[in-house]
Design a protein around this ligand. Structure first.
Ligand code: DGT
Ligand code: CA
Ligand code: CA
Ligand code: ZN
Length: 576
């Protein structure tokens, strides 16, 4: 969570807890409004250092201004801490449920004795909520939906879901307006791992017509806002899509503005200011005389600011602004450089395709190698291969390669489990026949930092292991990462010349962008694997590549960008 979000959440909490405490209405409302103002002007507000400057913002009075400054100084607000002390923790837990709200939280707490989210769910499912005063069946449903959202994470979409929907909309729009200039913006264009809402930007001289067509699309279930500049809709799956239309000469400036991120844009605005320029969604202007000097393309917008064009994946204010100013942006991996995939399951374990089908799909993608990495025996739920079956599969793979009828070399491999002591679940004889051994943790997620780190380090040091699979085990919106000391694992991997996986499966993206930034610093090799369980999943590679780009990973650290001969040399180095 960034500072802006933390502060706005703090005010939101203040509002809720004050309401529970029975504070007067205007105070509660003031906190809600403060949360909103912080969300809107966040970074700017956090730059201010005195009460009077802060009071110029709508809805910020002296009390709120002081709390903002206190938060800047101490990282919290004492009034909030005090309320948290006074209100039972169980009630604080219940307040996390979207759609419940403080008043009803207090009601279920006091009247039904509900103390946990599970109890709340039970009460809703058995319709005990609907019988409370002020609550009906509709509210009960909303609360259940809120619990579901909470359990699934933040209500944010996976990048893959958002991409699919955006592509569908772009396709439908272009069917109706051939040649339409339309692009994703926002977090989707930056390829963040999760997406709050989908932003689309259109260049057109006929905004009215574009918006008519957009709001009329068959997949739109509700139009929240229908304007000439901006429209917002919900799709039949309940997903939120914003569309903005600008004139062609503004397109570059608008694309820059609406791609964000907000913190990137704040830095860009500062640079403009220093040059006597002003930048907004309509263009770049010389402040003196208000003369417009750029706006049609994004490249041009950055150029007049003296910056190279930063790829959208970098725009998170993590040093890309300085790099673009110095013309020193990093070289990034491109999907076209990828020669193969390191993590694929066949129908022998829990996948659905045969070796040949997968090889064909790899061929269609222009690959030169494909690592077949079914689960090993001890992962029974995933139909793991026992000794005999994996040895038979190795033979099959060797025979397929020997046929010489495909540009794709299949690498015989396995995704083996890391046991509690770091032991692997195939014996030496089996392991020594495999080209690729990925070692992954599939159990004991709750172990202590020491234990899980020791396990992974032991596996990493095993001579036949070259890759650690999904190194943190997190599942977006479902399971947090295990407590592994990633830095220790990275250092050891760099030392041993081994790789950490970037698992490109959309709800893993593990390592994530932040971890990759660190891996890059330490010079750790990265092996991207889609964890495909069917041929179509090979296309998840694009999310892996995007995540590598967000982590500034240079192509020469990515093993997938190497030719198969070199990959094999690396895989067999130091083993026999
Ligand atoms: P998301 O939707 O939460 O995944 O993140 P974004 O980055 O797509 O954020 P969104 O949809 O609120 O806004 C799209 C972009 O618009 C954002 O990245 C930066 C830009 N933008 C420019 N000015 C503002 C502003 O005042 N507020 C917000 N929220 N965004 C702004
Ligand atoms: Ca968005
Ligand atoms: Ca938006
Ligand atoms: Zn796997």
């Amino acid at each position: 969570m960034d500072k802006v979000e933390e502060l706005s959440r703090a005010f939101e909490q203040l509002a809720e807890l004050s309401e529970i405490k029975g504070e007067v209405r205007f105070k509660v409302n003031a906190y809600h409004r403060a949360a909103e103002v912080v969300r809107t002007y966040g970074e700017e507000i956090l730059e201010k250092d005195d009460v009077d400057e802060l009071r110029r913002y709508p809805g910020i009075g002296e009390g709120i201004a002081k709390k903002i400054l206190e938060f800047k100084r101490t990282g919290t607000i004492s009034k909030l801490e005090q309320l948290k002390e006074e209100i039972p923790v169980e009630l604080l837990t219940l307040l996390q449920v979207p759609n419940l709200g403080p008043k009803r939280a207090k009601l279920v707490y006091e009247e039904l004795g509900v103390r946990t989210i599970e109890e709340l769910q039970e009460a809703a499912e058995s319709h005990r909520l609907a019988s409370l005063r002020g609550l009906g069946p509709k509210a009960e449903q909303n609360i259940l939906e809120g619990i579901r959202q909470l359990q699934q994470g933040s209500g944010r979409l996976l990048l893959s879901t958002a991409s699919r929907l955006a592509e569908e909309i772009v396709g439908l729009m272009r069917e109706r307006i051939p040649g339409l200039v339309i692009s994703p913006a926002g977090s989707l264009r930056r390829m963040k791992e999760t997406i709050g809402d989908i932003d689309l930007l259109v260049s057109s001289e006929e905004p009215g017509r574009v918006m008519e067509i957009f709001c009329d699309l068959p997949l739109v279930s509700k139009v929240l806002l229908h304007g000439d500049k901006k429209s917002s809709v919900l799709t039949d799956e309940g997903l939120h899509v914003d569309m903005r239309v600008v004139r062609p000469e503004q397109y570059g400036a608008a694309l820059q503005y609406f791609t964000g991120s907000q913190s990137h844009n704040i830095r860009v605005r500062e640079i403009a200011k220093k040059k006597g320029l002003k930048i907004n969604e309509y263009g770049v202007f010389v402040v003196e005389g208000d003369r417009r000097i750029a706006g049609e393309t994004e490249e041009e917008v950055y150029r007049v600011l003296g910056m190279a064009w930063p790829p959208p994946e970098l725009r998170e204010n993590r040093g890309e602004v300085e790099a673009a100013l110095r013309g020193r942006l990093p070289r990034l991996l491109e999907e076209g450089q990828v020669r193969g995939d390191f993590h694929v399951h066949t129908r022998a374990s829990d996948g659905i395709n045969t070796l040949e089908e997968l090889r064909e799909a790899a061929e269609a993608r222009g690959y030169r190698f494909l690592a077949i990495t079914d689960h090993a025996a001890s992962l029974k739920v995933a139909g793991g291969l026992d000794r005999d079956r994996i040895l038979r599969q190795v033979e099959e793979i060797r025979a397929l390669n020997a046929r010489g009828d495909s540009p794709v070399i299949l690498l015989a491999g396995a995704e083996v489990n890391v046991g509690n002591e770091g032991e692997l679940d195939y014996d030496e004889e089996v392991l020594s026949q495999l080209d690729v051994v990925i070692a992954s943790v599939h159990s004991g997620f709750k172990q202590s930092r020491e234990q899980i780190t020791r396990r992974i380090l032991t596996a990493l040091r095993h001579p036949h292991v070259k890759i650690i699979g999904h190194p943190t085990g997190r599942l977006l919106g479902q399971r947090p990462p295990y407590e592994v000391d990633l830095r220790a694992v990275m250092k050891e991997a760099a030392e041993l010349g081994k790789a950490l996986e970037l698992n490109a499966f959309p709800d893993r993206l593990d390592l994530n962008d932040e971890a990759l930034l660190e891996a890059r610093e330490l010079g750790v090799m990265i092996a991207i694997g889609t964890d495909a369980h069917r041929a179509e999943h090979l296309s998840f590679m694009r999310f892996g590549v995007a995540t590598a780009r967000r982590g500034w990973v240079p192509p020469d650290l990515v093993v997938n960008a190497r030719e198969p001969e070199e990959v094999l040399r690396w895989l067999w180095d130091g083993r026999r």
